[in-house]
Design a binder for this molecule. Structure first.
Ligand code: BES
Ligand code: MN
Ligand code: ZN
Length: 506
């Protein structure tokens, strides 16, 4: 992991391999952001015009690197674009700072130490820059460079020194510590998503959760296939029965003595989704190791809550299974008896996420939490609706749905509220069972949400996050988002836990 320090040193005197400054897009060209003053001095006050000559405009995502000939200890300067200059009296928002820090950190991979001299006014800025830098400095290299040492890919930036942040200021220190805990867990979740499915099975995922639980004072219980059969978890077993890697249900419980509320988080953990007997065609299965991103997000959120010592109880449920076709697999036409007692006719074995989630939602409901949030890479329909960067929020409580949308915005994550139209329920009527696992094709993301709703305990506030779009990024990296697993929704879940601890919800 990349190290982070808050430094009181001046930009001119700190020893580092590179120094990062911010440049914004002004009406008449690039404008240096606050924090760059000492660096500008080393350029005789002409840094903005030097950058302009080099073609910089200050646009978001832009990187300009130049050598430093004198006046600074750092031999290289990196100017990162912040986007438009803020309105008068406004500051740079958290998300532009987070993204710029991420861009800079990515552009400095292979470098040992960099000083970040970006605009810091409040502890929120410290947090945003730290988060962005530590999320940007991520690389998944576990499977590369095997033959010869030194052949491997570049390592992420080794150390980030934040200038302008005050190490003795309580709020600044807390902001940095929060950013470190949160980003370590987001990056661990990314690792889990990126780990190939021949190595990340329900069993090995459960082992990772068990070890992390021990380390962080979280109680962990794992139901294996025998315990699942004994408990009547027909949904999880039905999805997992075609695989040589049997399913698991993991319960993680973080508790705090002063907690007044309990939040239950439920994650879809399909370690590989082949579609099962309703096999996905080529072109639709290469990235399906990402289908456990919901469980990875829930795992990360519970561990982060524990590391931050939040005054709220957070229970995490990881519904882990591998969806494979075989002679023992569930067939289209089979009827499963779910943990709730309801029967489900499986019309399409590729609609498996809702089956494992249903059992976990019923089980989570038994403990009567104050709210349940499930997270899942559930439907391609949600990707069609909202694109690759925005997750959908559905809920049985409009106020809760709105709160989550606002909290996501605060956390710097794109989301959008979606409805659960009652008329779509009849499409899941089954002539044989209580409900079918598929309904109308149109509005498929909402149909899936309506299915889940039936497995939430009476009177329990519930929301469903469909992260199928943003969980896995196939394009070129941008901001602090790498290729592959992104850790989508984790920052939202952690903020939700913080707001719940602070008594801001319900
Ligand atoms: N895991 C997929 C959804 C998905 C699609 C995740 C694209 C990430 C990217 C899910 O299990 C699935 O296959 N859903 C089907 C449901 C359908 C059969 C009702 C879908 O969306 O096509
Ligand atoms: Mn599927
Ligand atoms: Zn799936």
């Amino acid at each position: 992991m990349t190290a982070l320090t808050l430094s009181t040193a001046g930009a001119a005197t700190l020893r580092a391999d590179a120094i990062v400054v911010g440049v914004a897009k002004g009406a008449k060209g690039p404008v240096l952001a606050p924090g760059a003053e000492a660096v500008d001095k080393a350029f005789d006050g002409k840094l903005a015009s030097v950058l302009e000559t080099l073609g910089a405009s200050g646009a978001e995502g832009e990187v300009t690197k130049l050598p430093v000939l004198s006046g600074l200890k750092a031999p290289v300067l990196l100017a990162v674009g912040l986007g438009p200059v803020p309105e008068k009296d406004a500051t740079y928002g958290a998300e532009p700072l987070r993204r710029a820090a991420g861009v800079a950190a990515r552009a400095l991979s292979g470098v040992k130490k960099a000083a970040f001299a970006l605009p810091v006014e409040a502890s929120e800025d410290v947090e945003a820059i730290a988060e962005g830098a530590l999320l940007g400095a991520y690389a998944f290299t576990a499977y590369q460079g095997g033959e010869k040492k030194g052949d491997g890919p570049k390592q992420p930036l080794g150390e980030v020194a934040l200038l302008g942040a005050k190490p003795r200021d309580k709020a600044h220190k807390a902001a940095a510590e929060r950013a470190i805990a949160l980003t370590e867990e987001v990056n661990r979740a990314r690792d889990l998503v990126n780990t190939p499915p021949n190595d990340l099975t329900p069993e090995s995922f459960a082992a990772v959760a068990t070890a992390a639980g021990k380390e962080n004072g979280i109680k962990v219980q794992v139901l294996d296939e025998k315990a699942l059969a004994k408990g009547g978890y027909g949904g999880i077993l039905g999805v997992g029965q075609g695989s040589a890697n049997p399913p698991r249900l993991v319960r993680l419980a973080y508790t705090h003595p002063d907690a007044e509320k309990t939040l239950a988080l439920v994650g879809k953990g399909i370690t590989y989704d082949s579609g099962g007997i309703s096999l996905k065609p080529a072109g639709h299965n290469e990235t399906m190791k990402c289908d456990m991103s919901g469980a990875a997000a829930v795992f990360a959120a519970v561990v982060t809550a524990a590391r931050l010592g939040l005054a709220v109880n957070v229970t995490g449920w990881l519904a882990l299974a591998e969806n494979m076709p075989s002679g023992t697999a569930t067939r289209p036409g089979d009827v499963l008896r779910m943990y709730s007692g309801k029967t489900v006719e499986v019309l399409n074995t590729d609609a498996e996420g809702r089956l494992v989630l249903a059992d976990a939602l019923t089980r989570a409901s038994e403990e009567n939490p104050d709210a349940i949030v499930d997270v899942a890479t559930l439907t391609g329909a949600m990707v069609l609706a909202l694109g690759n960067r925005t997750f959908g929020i559905m809920a049985n409580d409009e106020a809760f749905r709105t709160s989550i949308h606002e909290i996501a915005e605060e956390a710097g994550e794109a989301s959008w509220p979606m409805p659960l139209p009652a008329d779509l329920r009849k499409g899941m009527d089954s002539p044989t069972a209580d409900i079918a696992n598929m309904g109308e094709r149109m509005g498929g993301g909402l149909v899936a949400g309506l299915f889940l709703k039936e497995f939430v305990g009476e009177g329990i506030t519930w929301a469903h996050l469909d992260i199928a779009g943003p969980a896995f990024h196939e394009g070129a990296p941008y901001g602090y988002t790498p290729k592959g697993g992104t850790g989508a929704s984790i920052r939202t879940l952690v903020k939700l836990a913080e707001h719940t601890a602070a008594g801001n919800l319900g």
